[in-house]
Design a protein around this ligand. Structure first.
Ligand code: DQA
Length: 152
């Protein structure tokens, strides 16, 4: 069964109560369940992980190399982490970068991301919907890959 990774970075475990005027009131568990539901409808497995530790996130990604697609909200690591960027490049998993908030409308330090130029695409400011749209994109991407491989 194809596998999609849903990886969330620092402080996203606080979703639901953290600055709800910016990040909304949906919890991370609810987001994970909604994404898994989109994927399971297409017989795609979803593995989720969140950590506040950069090292744990990188280690988890290394362990899951071989997955078909990555949905990544790096949180603040988007703006700081060459290490996580290198890990994403190293495992060679195609990915979409997701931010609940529109980082381009916020403080200047959030305008640059170490991931946007290596992602297939990036979604920012669409709230939870961004995760669901990214999951739908992952379904299409995986199904298309399957079709391309079926004749060879
Ligand atoms: C975030 C945006 C980041 O700038 C911030 O550090 C986060 C959350 C978002 O989802 O909007 O932790 O990634």
């Amino acid at each position: 069964m194809p596998k999609v990774l849903l990886l969330n970075g620092p402080n996203l475990n606080l979703l639901g109560s953290r600055e709800p005027e910016i990040y909304g009131s949906t919890t991370l568990k609810e987001i994970e369940e909604k994404v898994a539901a989109v994927l399971s409808g297409h017989e795609i497995e979803c593995e989720t992980f969140q950590s506040n530790s950069e090292g744990e996130i990188i280690d988890w990604l290394h362990k899951h190399r071989g997955a078909d697609f990555l949905l990544l909200n790096p949180g603040a690591l988007a703006h700081t982490s060459v290490g996580l960027r290198d890990a994403v490049l190293g495992v060679e998993i195609p990915f979409i970068e997701i931010h609940l908030s529109n980082v381009h409308k916020r403080e200047e330090f959030r305008h640059h991301s170490y991931f946007s130029d290596i992602a297939i695409g990036a979604l920012a400011g669409l709230g939870v919907k961004g995760y669901l749209l990214a999951a739908e994109f992952a379904v299409d991407y995986i199904e298309q890959k399957g079709n391309n491989n079926s004749g060879s």
